[in-house]
Design a protein around this ligand. Structure first.
Ligand code: NIG
Ligand code: FE
Length: 411
């Protein structure tokens, strides 16, 4: 069935915006009284609603006539999350706000390894339920494509359980889940051997099953003191590349280590970057690695934001993601976090919208979404307002009234 929706008070296609670098709001060019002609395979045409209506008059098209003001944007893309996990880290959060350090919290049984224990205790079915609940909230808030990492299993079998849970959850939601293997998240406390031996096991026993079962097409590592160093991941990333995986890196979160690793392996993105200085920004720009900044982690940890303005000024395609996870970023509200980062880092509305739509899709290797144009997926969201500036002004409180994923109305 083909549908025509409109009139949309402002249609923001983001179609002609640049792939990289700063974007002035003048370029947004909201299309007044717009319409979208679409079916479940994608967008057939966008343009003036009345004109489109006249054109399709004699064809088998169902018109969705809107009688209120709506601003239409492409469906949001969250390119970095850890929404597959068991349990809660509310105890960590309380200790953190009371002033305990990361090391003190870890010494008291908190941190990533706490979630590893709770995730290992969860059944595959429980993990699927958890992902499904979280993605359904994300979808109602406009996120139609969401990356999900493993990394709380940290053994061949437990990482497989997580990746299979993500694959199964993907069949239970209209949203698209893009899985990433983060077996190099931290060193498991129960592994009897060195970091190298742990990663060798992952390469030998986990990577082939991921390929065979098509569980993920991306491999990630956390490069940080206390996790993995550049020299630890040479074989891990080299083998991953030989097998055709895309590379992404948790980089420069607490110390400026990681962006050089992302550059070396030609990563799709370097994510976090709170500790990046001009040197790391220049390194990413020279290697053309996309920066993914995670304001939700800065909010959750009570630390500084990544230098988003400088990253854009260096000509890079800034992406903003939620990092939704039980430890550093429990909130998981992408629009709210993007709006707050915008105020702190002086980002234009166009730069923020680009960072959570088409620029985010590109770091996941997806060229078929994030802009509203012929041939793109019919993923779009309708905000109940007549002015796009209201969306970021309300800092995430103005939610989409309607969400369409693959041409299907979700809410
Ligand atoms: O992206 N930095 C490493 N990993 C996650 C945190 C995971 C956790 O605390 O459970 C992150 O912030
Ligand atoms: Fe993360």
């Amino acid at each position: 069935m083909t549908y025509l929706i409109g009139p949309l008070t402002q249609l923001l296609t983001l179609e002609d915006l640049p792939a990289k670098g700063p974007i002035a709001d003048d370029l947004l060019k909201p299309f007044p009284n717009g319409g979208i002609l679409f079916d479940e395979h994608g967008i057939l045409e966008t343009g003036d609603f009345e004109k489109l209506k006249a054109e399709v008059n004699d064809r088998q098209v169902r018109t969705i006539e809107l009688n209120e003001d709506f601003v239409c944007l492409p469906g949001l893309v969250d390119s970095h999350t850890h929404i597959c996990f068991g349990g809660s880290r509310a105890r960590d959060y309380a200790m953190r706000t009371a002033g305990k350090s990361y090391l003190e919290i870890a010494a008291e049984g908190g941190g990533i390894l706490d979630t590893v224990g709770q995730t290992r205790k969860a059944s595959l079915e429980e993990l699927v339920d958890g992902i499904t609940t979280r993605i359904s909230r994300h979808l109602s808030e406009g996120v139609t494509t969401c990356e999900v990492k493993s990394g709380y299993g940290l053994s061949v079998d437990e990482e497989l359980k997580m990746l299979r849970a993500i694959q199964q959850a993907n069949t239970r939601t209209p949203a698209d889940l893009i899985a990433t293997c983060l077996a190099a998240h931290t060193v498991p406390s129960d592994f009897a051997g060195t970091k190298q031996e742990y990663l060798s096991k992952i390469i030998e026993k986990l990577f082939p099953v991921i390929v065979e079962e098509k569980l993920a097409s991306r491999i990630d590592a956390f490069i940080e003191q206390g996790a993995f160093q550049a020299e630890d991941v040479v074989d891990y990333f080299t083998k991953a590349q030989e097998l055709g995986f895309d590379i992404t890196v948790h980089a420069d979160q607490f110390t400026a280590t990681g962006s050089n690793v992302a550059a070396r392996y030609d990563a799709m993105s370097a994510d976090h970057l709170e500790a990046s200085t001009d040197k790391e920004i220049a390194c990413l720009a020279a290697a053309n690695v996309a920066p993914v900044v995670l304001p939700g982690a800065s909010l959750g940890l009570g630390c500084n934001y990544a230098p988003a303005r400088k990253l854009l000024n260096a000509g890079l395609p800034l992406v903003i993601a939620s990092d939704w996870n039980p430890g550093s970023a429990p909130m998981g509200d992408l629009l709210c976090q993007a709006a707050i980062l915008g105020a702190a880092e002086k980002l234009s509305a166009a730069e923020i919208f680009a960072a959570i739509t088409y620029r985010a899709a590109r770091v996941l290797g997806l060229n078929d979404r994030g802009q509203l144009a012929k041939g793109q997926k019919a993923d779009f969201i309708l905000f109940p307002t007549s002015d796009y500036r209201e969306i970021l002004y309300h800092q995430g409180k103005l939610k989409p009234a309607h969400v369409y994923k693959n041409g299907q109305k979700i809410n």
